[in-house]
Write a protein that binds this ligand. Structure first.
Ligand SMILES: NC(=O)c1ccc[n+]([C@@H]2O[C@H](COP(=O)([O-])OP(=O)(O)OC[C@H]3O[C@@H](n4cnc5c(N)ncnc54)[C@H](O)[C@@H]3O)[C@@H](O)[C@H]2O)c1
Length: 335
């Protein structure tokens, strides 16, 4: 069967790149996005304008919470796959604005579950986050680890969507994969993320704040690797009747539901990352060292071997190459 893919958050960073990949493969894509002003709307418009050049792309501007608008665009397009990437992202913003997260992430995902179930999609893929591992100490993080201790409201909404989706998948046998993303970066990236705001500040000669004296690390994952993982995954919906069992599988025993990490599996310490930016931007960085921020975690590192076993996923981009590609894009886009 030919795929028809409905992508929420298609004007967002990850949604845009995923949509572009499928359009380049000749697949029909319908994008759905509120185009909200959480960050520079010009960037969202620029992404949307690129997608609009494809004849196989159509678009609805709307909020996930608006049931009527969402259901109308899903029922009219009749996708067989939904990739749900629209969400209110950002850990820090969620501390002061929890209601937005409750509405976009929880109510929004509930609406997607409802309509995905009515039209019986063959695969529903939902964006989750490494932040659900919260205060876990065991590293790298595995899908089968407990995730009971989120430390930000954002992470709590993401964990909640995993539970909501599992119940729907179990009740209605809706094939669902939750993808836990690990610090995704790259061209057309998100201005609220550290690598982006650092670049902006360094180029403007401004001071950058380094929290916890830089003693933390992240599993930076380049956008093309994320896109490749999702591309390989769409034809691998979880099936709980499947004879094939994978090692350390997170497949639910009662539902066609699986959680998958998607990361690069490489520890990048914040100070190494900043030093690489300094070198590549060829500018001395003015730094100020501050204590740890509320809601932040010290470390994230994925074990993405389950995704590899299922799809052959094999991330290709190391962070020095990835940062260079991001900086080249940034300079070109903003100057
Ligand atoms: N980028 C990362 O490093 C990262 C890490 C972990 C998880 N994630 C998750 O991946 C997904 C995509 O993230 P991203 O980095 O592309 O973020 P993004 O903010 O760039 O994209 C999200 C898009 O969703 C739209 N949106 C937000 N709320 C909406 C609503 N209520 N209705 C309709 N549209 C709405 C926004 O306008 C935006 O264009 C999100 O679920 C996010 O939580 C991202």
């Amino acid at each position: 069967m030919k795929s028809k893919i409905f992508i929420t958050g298609s004007s967002g960073f990850i949604g845009f790149h995923v949509a572009k990949k499928f359009l380049n493969k000749g697949v029909k894509v319908h994008g759905f996005d509120s185009m909200n002003n959480y960050y520079d709307v010009r960037l969202k418009k620029a992404r949307l304008n690129i997608l609009k050049k494809y004849k196989n792309f159509s678009f609805t501007r709307g909020n996930l919470e608006n049931e009527k608008k969402l259901s109308k665009s899903i029922f009219r397009f009749k996708p067989n796959i939904i990739i749900h990437l629209a969400a209110q992202a950002g850990v820090r913003h969620s501390i002061k604005n929890p209601e937005i997260y409750l509405n976009s992430n929880i109510l929004g995902t509930f609406n997607i579950l409802k309509f995905a179930n009515i039209i019986k999609v063959k695969h529903l893929i939902i964006g989750s986050s490494s932040s659900v591992y919260g205060a876990n100490k065991k590293s790298p993080f595995q899908e089968i680890d407990k995730t009971d201790h989120q430390v930000s409201f954002y992470a709590a909404t993401k964990k909640s969507t995993e539970s909501l989706a599992h119940s729907y998948s179990s009740l209605w046998k809706l094939p669902t994969t939750m993808l836990r993303f690990f610090t995704v970066y790259g061209p057309y990236g998100r201005p609220d993320m550290a690598y982006f705001s650092f670049t902006k500040k360094i180029l403007a000669g401004k001071i950058i704040n380094i929290f916890n004296k830089g003693k933390m690390y992240r599993d930076y994952t380049y956008i093309d690797d994320i896109v490749d993982g999702i591309y390989k995954l769409i034809n691998k919906p979880p099936s709980f009747n499947s004879k094939k069992k994978f090692k350390n599988d997170s497949l639910s025993p009662v539902a066609p539901f699986r959680i998958l990490n998607i990361g690069n599996t490489n520890k990048i310490y914040l100070l190494d990352f900043i030093n690489t930016l300094e070198k590549q931007l060829n500018k001395k960085i003015k730094r100020v060292y501050l204590p740890m921020q509320k809601g932040d975690v010290y470390s994230t590192l994925s074990d993405s071997s389950l995704l590899k076993r299922i799809t052959g996923y094999n991330p290709q981009t190391n962070y020095k190459t990835g940062i260079k590609k991001f900086i080249d894009w940034y300079k070109n886009f903003y100057h």
